[in-house]
Design a protein around this ligand. Structure first.
Ligand code: C5P
Length: 273
């Protein structure tokens, strides 16, 4: 049996560069893993099974965990059956990459349990076939991601930061948010300069998907304003939402909020809290 945590991510900045012929959007984003985590238990058994503590999470073939298992089987030709149990804490439809993180954690776990010795660079390539955000979770936890998000450049850890993640009751669908993007009214920041700012301790937080998310669900504008009124200095949508990450302190108690910090992993080991 192998038990691994599966961390959430936030996008410290997310710049959309344009729409591609294949329908995806070209982006440049600074991704960071945080200490809001699911816990996954893996054991090699005689029959495949997947269970999850959250009954709203599908456990059928649509779950990215099964996509990771099937991909690992197909690429390695190894025969195995795996029992996986997910203790789900990361909110879903939240822009926190929970499903993608679970898939990346599964690739790492199978490589360990089956002693397959697949190099991390290869796992990262395979991960991009599962979803745009999956490769990032195989980085060291801080990465500059480009392309549709799958091209990752691992970076050294950022200065530690305490933050609060808040999930409004309504979730958001990623394709719905992307479909509302107005390419003519995006930020003019240059991604490379913005990235430098984070390492010069003058960070600039922005997310080009925020306006589109507000168009899909206008209630979210009020929710962001409410969080700012609570006393947070910076409030920004993570990824395609609907969760926000907040810097600074709130003067009121906020429902469904998580106090987190950045986490990173070392070269040879998986994430730990
Ligand atoms: O790659 P993934 O399956 O996670 O993407 C989900 C959806 O999000 C895509 O089908 C697309 O509508 C949108 N998307 C996009 N551009 C990206 C990433 C995702 O338009 N860079």
């Amino acid at each position: 049996m192998l038990t691994l945590i599966s961390p959430a991510k936030i996008n410290l900045f997310l710049k959309i560069l344009g729409k591609r012929a294949d329908g995806y959007h070209e982006l440049a984003s600074l991704f960071q893993t945080v200490s809001l985590v699911d816990t996954l238990h893996f054991s090699l058994v005689s029959q495949d099974s997947l269970t999850c503590t959250n009954s709203f999470v599908p456990t059928d073939a649509s779950n990215l965990i099964w996509k990771a298992v099937e991909l690992f089987r197909q690429k390695t030709n190894l025969q195995f059956a795996i029992k996986i149990h997910v203790e789900k804490i990361i909110p879903v439809q939240a822009g926190l990459g929970g499903g993608s993180s679970n898939a990346a954690t599964t690739l790492w776990a199978l490589n360990q349990l089956l002693r397959a010795q697949i190099p991390i660079e290869t796992l990262i390539l395979w991960a991009s076939e599962i979803g745009s955000d999956v490769p990032f979770f195989l980085s060291h936890g801080t990465a500059y991601c480009t392309g549709r998000g799958e091209k990752i450049k691992s970076l050294s850890p950022l200065p530690k930061l305490e933050l609060t993640i808040v999930k409004p009751s309504q979730g958001l669908s990623t394709p719905a948010v992307y479909s509302k993007l107005k390419l003519s009214s995006l930020s003019e920041c240059t991604p490379d300069d913005t990235l430098d700012k984070f390492y010069q301790n003058t960070p600039l937080y922005f997310n080009d998907l925020e306006e589109a998310a507000f168009t899909v669900n206008p209630e979210l504008v009020h929710f962001k304003n409410y969080l700012l009124k609570c006393g947070f200095e910076t409030v920004l949508l993570s990824g395609s939402g609907s969760s926000f990450f907040c810097l600074g302190q709130s003067t009121s108690k906020i429902n469904d909020s998580f106090h987190v910090s950045f986490i990173n992993r070392s070269n040879s080991s998986w994430y730990s809290k």
